[in-house]
Write a protein that binds this ligand. Sequence first.
Ligand code: GTP
Ligand code: SPV
Ligand code: MN
Length: 596
Amino acid sequence: MLVAKDRPTTNTHLLSWVDEMAKLCTPDRIYWVDGSDEENKALTEEAVAAGVLIPLNPQKRPNSFYSRSDPNDVARIEELTFICTPTKEEAGNTNNWMSPQDAYGRLRDISRNAMRGRTMYVIPYIMGTADSPFAMIGIEITDSIYVVLNMRIMARIGKVALARLGDSPSFNRGMHTVADLDPSRRYICHFPQDDTIWSVGSGYGGNALLGKKCLSLRIASYHGHNQGWLAEHMMLLEAESPEGETHFVAGAFPSASGKTNLAMLVPPEALGGWKIRTIGDDIAWMRVGDDGRLYAVNPEAGFFGVAPGTNYRTNPNAMRMLEHDCIFTNVALTPDMDIWWEGMDPPAGDLIDWKGKPWKRGSKEPAAHPNSRFTAPMDNNPALSRYAKDPKGVPISAILWGGRRTTTVPLVVESFNWTHGVYLGATAGAETTAAIAGAVGRIRRDPMAMLAFIGYDAGAYFAHWLAMFGRMTDPPKMFIVNWFRKGDDGRFLWPGYGENMRVLKWIIDRSSPTGRAGALETPIGFVPRLSDLDLRGLAASTDAVERALRVDPAEWEKELEAHADWFEKLGGTVPEALRLQRRLLLSSLKATSSPH
Ligand code: GTP
Ligand code: SPV
Ligand code: MN
């Protein structure tokens, strides 16, 4: 058992807030996390002794641990996520809203004495590198040792954060208690004006690791709007061409839609020596640099990635990253205490499933929960970019909007201009996945993959995106991509994964001043012809690729009509430029595709 240490700071703002929370939650102990290796070892042993972590086979997966969450607590819950601004209008029509007074009242009631018999951990953390001018400091108070051990992988924690904070009052206050894990008393609340997050009743992922979605997206997007920058749900990659030119690409895809896989892509050899390296897999903060380009940093220190589907064929870099020093949550266990999930080669022998029950091959229920995840330190990634920790970030050449769309949306489309690009992001639709509690496979609009993460009014957010253009002299180009279009037989038309390099190559060519890739102008944007893509050595049929690229006027007419409903739902703050863009696209689509 770790003993409570002296308070490691003289920051009176911090000390008095911790005192206030301790008085409310009445923990048995308060423990200030210092982030050291010895501490990590001791906390891990404590978590193992308490049954929170199960050690995996040290021969197969050294220093790695397994954890199961409560079966009612397996994903972010958007219905229970709130933006608590003084007025409902500030939160807009895409967020759940509660008044700060109402929210604080409920949260206090649920938190009262919630830590009795438990330890209250105080985790000082930095999102961003310690030397970055853009880093943000948060303090997370939590009663979950699992949260502490995961935050240690996902952020820079402990002494380094306190040192950077000094005596400043500017830190995000993040209060978290699992309380009694009762779904009817579960709230994830954000108070942008107070720089405060308060989360009760869940111990899972983005509900509980407060530096991730809560701070780095919802609260950060609010700051970004006020201060002229962007906090986005984007992966970031470095692409090096066979000629040794480097390009940086950002991509916003909804949860469980391919960001981690794209950021770790292994290009096909037939393309002659491209290299993709990871900068980030989930979050990007973007600011305009002195040279008028858009620079992005990844504020995280690790990857909290979707486990199912990951294997040595589709994502070998991820599999190597997971070989040691990781935490696995809600996957399945093999008889020799290794991990397994759907998408890996069939298991030898029977498994223990994510609920702790015996599982037999061929069972209808999945052995790993579809939103089971790994937590891996960034440095484990064999394809980590040397720019991943660059304090000022990397200049972006292209921004991709993506999502799972079975129909309508071509493999890739280049926007005509910035406003059109923002339009494509603002209206992007996607089929829902297991990363969010609720129905899977339903189409919903997920603007810039930020539906659940915009910390203010969505219309104002679109206006902010439009306005960013005026701050840049060399803005990135914008594209939509869709790896998930299916043929009539229900199969993916595009092989995806490493083969996505062919699409990236076209995108990079189209975005760079020296690029020469051709394109076909369609009513909705520029689309590559078959001959514009480098398809050397591709196993898929060119007929399927052609179908993946197709713009179907009838499908797009329906799509653009659906965008009208979406704007209607968002209300009066949607910028006029986007409303007119929709009408222009629809009328030019009709005018150019109707036969005489
Ligand atoms: P979050 O961590 O929830 O934000 O997800 P993500 O966007 O990082 O998604 P991830 O890369 O983990 O992929 C999620 C699922 O999509 C996995 O099951 C992948 O196997 C699958 N997937 C990723 N890329 C492709 C692709 O190019 N084609 C197909 N068909 N599936 C893909
Ligand atoms: C997502 O849902 O987009 C995730 C997982 O990256 S979580 O951290 O739970 O938000
Ligand atoms: Mn994500």
